[in-house]
Design a binder for this molecule. Structure first.
Ligand SMILES: Cc1cc2nc3c(=O)[nH]c(=O)nc-3n(C[C@H](O)[C@H](O)[C@H](O)COP(=O)(O)OP(=O)(O)OC[C@H]3O[C@@H](n4cnc5c(N)ncnc54)[C@H](O)[C@@H]3O)c2cc1C
Ligand SMILES: NC(=O)c1ccc[n+]([C@@H]2O[C@H](COP(=O)([O-])OP(=O)(O)OC[C@H]3O[C@@H](n4cnc5c(N)ncnc54)[C@H](OP(=O)(O)O)[C@@H]3O)[C@@H](O)[C@H]2O)c1
Length: 470
């Protein structure tokens, strides 16, 4: 009698850059002639791209689900594209010509979608399907995944050998409370709900937080003509050379109507408050014994090699780290997870896994500077890539680019997006965008790829720079 082996079934949660990386990883093995498991990717939105799939909505979406994306109009990449480039699908291949180092959101969405289309992975994705619950049965050693089809309202449950979570962790806002904040009469929101800085023109804005959201929304507000931008930090100021309209103050002590009092005794009167206080690792579809609980850091504990759940080695998490690297790190993780599932990589014992995690955690404890963080994450990705057939690339050079990026922000926080870098994948050096970022108000793909005549705005801006330097 012929023995028919049952195909493994794998559920992937989310079709953002991480989920897409996972599908692409399996597809790449299939193209090489390997048999791959049955794959189902559940995506609660109507389209792929995760955070990059912009929505004008805030609060809940058309299905009544929490809006996923925290991105806004005029969001441009805040790191050079040369550090996130896929090793197997370059920007040159996608756009057919060199582009600048800091593309806007729609351009990066197009790049992510381009790789996905080329890979023929759409067939695995069930859009508008939200994962409601994941359960593991010790006896059968299978997960039951309960999903709701948001278009029909139908729920269904099926079993899987593996679950891979690529649900992102910059979606559920961390919203602290401040004394008297309920008396503030103006607009108050978390960065997750911020959709564009045009409304700030002529107004005074307060941003609570001292990381990327505060920095970028503050810069957008300045660009769009805010009268003043005040940042409030809890631990450390960002410390950039801000123009005179922008100020960093320590933590808010209390609100009294529109007046905001800071712990150093200073007071500001503001019209709009944006909490740039980060996000929670929050996975409402996971029982606590399987879930991931961590601050936003470079090495969430309980994940062997940053991806394998210590609680259950059939469960994996992608992209759960804080991110200096993004798309290519998710690829490195996805290729590694694929090879575990395909049986090409054998996991060590749980004791060995813990030892390995402790070694990385101990190195992580010693990470102090931004440069240390960059080296830590680049080494982590290199370690993963060495174990699979994901095309290797020069991660030392990527670290150098990242360190140069940090320096460029110290040199010129308002204009660092005009700098250019060279791809480690193709050797192509970026071109300067046709319009300096500070005066570019159109973030569309069409405008980005167009080649307009040098316009007056640019000349005026150049003149200002020359005057400022004189
Ligand atoms: C405001 C902001 C700006 C950023 N800017 C940059 C940048 O400039 N450069 C950069 O490299 N990175 C940037 N990032 C980081 C960004 O998180 C990553 O680039 C990337 O999007 C992470 O991919 P992901 O697939 O892990 O998660 P996500 O992109 O968050 O995708 C997760 C997907 O899972 C789906 N999902 C979630 N829960 C469920 C469920 N229960 N059932 C079904 N589907 C579900 C979501 O709908 C989503 O499509 C930014 C992040 C934010 C918040
Ligand atoms: N493309 C872009 O331009 C862009 C724009 C925005 C965001 N992003 C991305 O979005 C992701 C998230 O960035 P993020 O800045 O939102 O989050 P984050 O990096 O996790 O930073 C959270 C900030 O909130 C502060 N904070 C937390 N709790 C606080 C409290 N109770 N009171 C005061 N401050 C508090 C933290 O201060 P402590 O230092 O004291 O902890 C920290 O400064 C990053 O990956 C980033 O790259 C990108």
């Amino acid at each position: 009698m012929e023995l028919v082996m049952k195909k493994k079934r794998v559920a992937i949660i989310g079709a953002g850059p991480s989920g897409i990386a996972q599908l692409r990883a399996f597809e790449s093995a299939e193209k090489q002639g390997h048999e791959i498991p049955e794959l189902v990717c559940f995506e609660k939105q109507d389209n792929w791209g995760g955070q990059w799939n912009y929505s004008w909505r805030t609060g809940t979406d058309s299905y009544g689900e929490p809006v996923h994306s925290s991105m806004y109009r005029n969001l441009w990449s805040n790191g050079p594209k040369e550090v996130l480039e896929f090793a197997e699908y370059s920007f040159d291949e996608h756009f057919g010509k060199p582009i600048s180092s800091y593309p806007p959101r729609e351009v990066l969405w197009d790049y992510i979608a381009g790789r996905a289309k080329k890979s023929n992975i759409e067939k695995y994705i069930k859009f508008a399907h939200v994962v409601r619950w994941v359960n593991y049965d010790e006896e059968t050693q299978l997960f039951t995944v309960t999903v709701e089809n948001l278009r029909t309202g139908e729920t269904s449950s099926e079993t899987y050998d593996n679950v891979i979570v690529g649900a992102g962790h910059f979606s559920f806002p961390n919203v602290p409370d401040f004394k008297g904040v309920e008396t503030f009469p103006g607009q108050i929101m978390h960065a997750h709900e911020f959709r564009g800085a045009e409304m700030v023109a002529g107004k005074d804005i307060l941003l609570i937080g001292a990381s990327y959201s505060a920095e970028d929304i503050g810069t957008q507000a300045y660009k769009m003509g805010a009268r003043s931008v005040t940042f409030s930090y809890r631990s450390n100021p960002m410390g950039y050379e801000w123009p005179e309209e922008m100020t960093e103050l320590p933590l808010v002590e209390r609100f009294d109507g529109s007046d905001v009092h800071f712990v150093n005794g200073e007071k500001r009167t503001v019209d709009i408050v944006v909490f740039c206080t980060g996000y929670l690792h929050h996975y409402p579809f996971m029982p606590s014994e399987l879930s991931l609980s961590s601050p936003n850091n470079l090495y969430p504990d309980t994940l062997y090699r940053g991806v394998v759940s210590e609680a259950n080695n059939q469960l994996f998490w992608l992209g759960s780290q804080d991110q200096w690297l993004t798309f290519n790190m998710f690829d490195a993780q996805a290729w590694y997870v694929r090879d575990i599932i395909l049986g090409r990589i054998a996991l060590p014992s749980v004791v060995e896994q813990r030892k390995h995690m402790d070694q990385w955690l101990s190195r992580f404890e010693g990470v102090k500077s931004e440069n240390d963080q960059i080296d830590f994450q680049c080494d982590y990705v290199e370690d993963l890539i060495e174990q699979t057939d994901y095309p290797s690339f020069d991660l030392k050079e990527v670290a150098t680019i990242l360190k140069g990026w940090v320096k460029s922000k110290e040199e010129d926080i308002l204009n660092y997006r005009d700098y250019t870098y060279t791809s480690v994948m193709t050797g192509t050096t970026s071109v300067e965008h046709h319009t300096p970022w500070m005066i570019e108000l159109d973030d569309s793909l069409e405008r980005y790829l167009s080649e307009p005549e040098e316009d007056e705005a640019r000349e005026v801006y150049r003149g200002k720079q020359v005057r400022d330097k004189a």
